[in-house]
Design a protein around this ligand. Structure first.
Ligand SMILES: Nc1ncnc2c1ncn2[C@@H]1O[C@H](COP(=O)(O)OP(=O)(O)O)[C@@H](O)[C@H]1O
Ligand SMILES: [Mg+2]
Length: 216
């Protein structure tokens, strides 16, 4: 559950977000659409609690932006997966390590980690690439690894910031299909994109953002 109540965000002398109210229910698919610079990434970063609101409150699961402690952030991040346009993978490591990385910090046993890595890689159709180096992969494969890493800790929501921004149309459709599949299996998805055409085929609630405000 994500609940954003009357959130304002100001940075570097700019009013970036104003009067934001947003509710993402468990299992929902929400698309956040707006031009470049509208404030989409900032809103996702608030949900990830990488930044805190200037005014208002962000609630994510049992965490609240007013009372969250630095020590809570890793716990929150396990419940909130994040994928990016530029994948943000460890390029000099293999696929396995990139996904396992998300699990090492949990203190899970090696055998448990291995099982889970294989499971999430199978889920994104990349079992055969488990020991490939990231730099050998196509863009679509890299995004699949990033999705597997984001899902490793079974988050209740996946935040996707322009996840297809670096991909061709065919690969874009494949990644959207994968996000739909993940959503069907119970994970909420909140996807930000500047391409409103992209969300027409998605069974999603569409939220429009313009100049830092949600618009009808
Ligand atoms: N830390 C910051 N300081 C000043 N301005 C910022 C900061 N972060 C973002 N902005 C500005 O806020 C606006 C919204 O940015 P962003 O959330 O990245 O938009 P989007 O993801 O929709 O393209 C942009 O004009 C950006 O330059
Ligand atoms: Mg952005």
């Amino acid at each position: 559950m994500i609940q954003i109540t009357d959130v304002w965000y100001r940075a570097g002398g700019n009013q970036i977000l104003s009067e934001i109210n947003l509710h993402v229910k468990r299992g929902e698919f929400v698309s956040l659409v707006g031009a470049s610079g509208a404030g989409k990434s900032t809103l996702l970063r608030l949900i990830h609690m990488a930044i805190l609101p200037t005014k208002g409150v962000v609630r994510v699961d049992r965490f609240n932006s007013r009372s969250v402690k630095a020590g809570d952030i890793p716990l929150l991040r396990r419940k909130v997966g994040f994928i990016f346009q530029d994948f943000k993978l460890l390029e000099d490591r293999d696929v396995y390590d990139n996904v396992a990385f998300a699990l090492w910090a949990t203190g899970a046993r090696r055998s448990t980690i291995k099982k889970r890595v294989f499971q999430v890689l199978a889920g994104v159709g990349l079992s055969h690439k488990r020991y490939a180096r990231i730099e050998e992969l196509s863009g679509g494969e890299k995004q699949r690894v990033a999705i597997a890493r984001a899902l490793a800790n079974e988050p209740f929501v996946l935040l996707a910031d322009e996840p297809t921004g670096n991909l061709d149309p065919v690969t874009t459709e494949e990644i959207l299909k994968l996000l739909r599949k993940i959503n069907t299996r119970g994970t909420a998805v909140l996807m930000a994109t500047h391409k409103d055409g992209l969300v027409k085929t998605l069974p999603s609630q569409v939220i429009k953002i313009k100049e830092g405000r949600i618009v009808p």
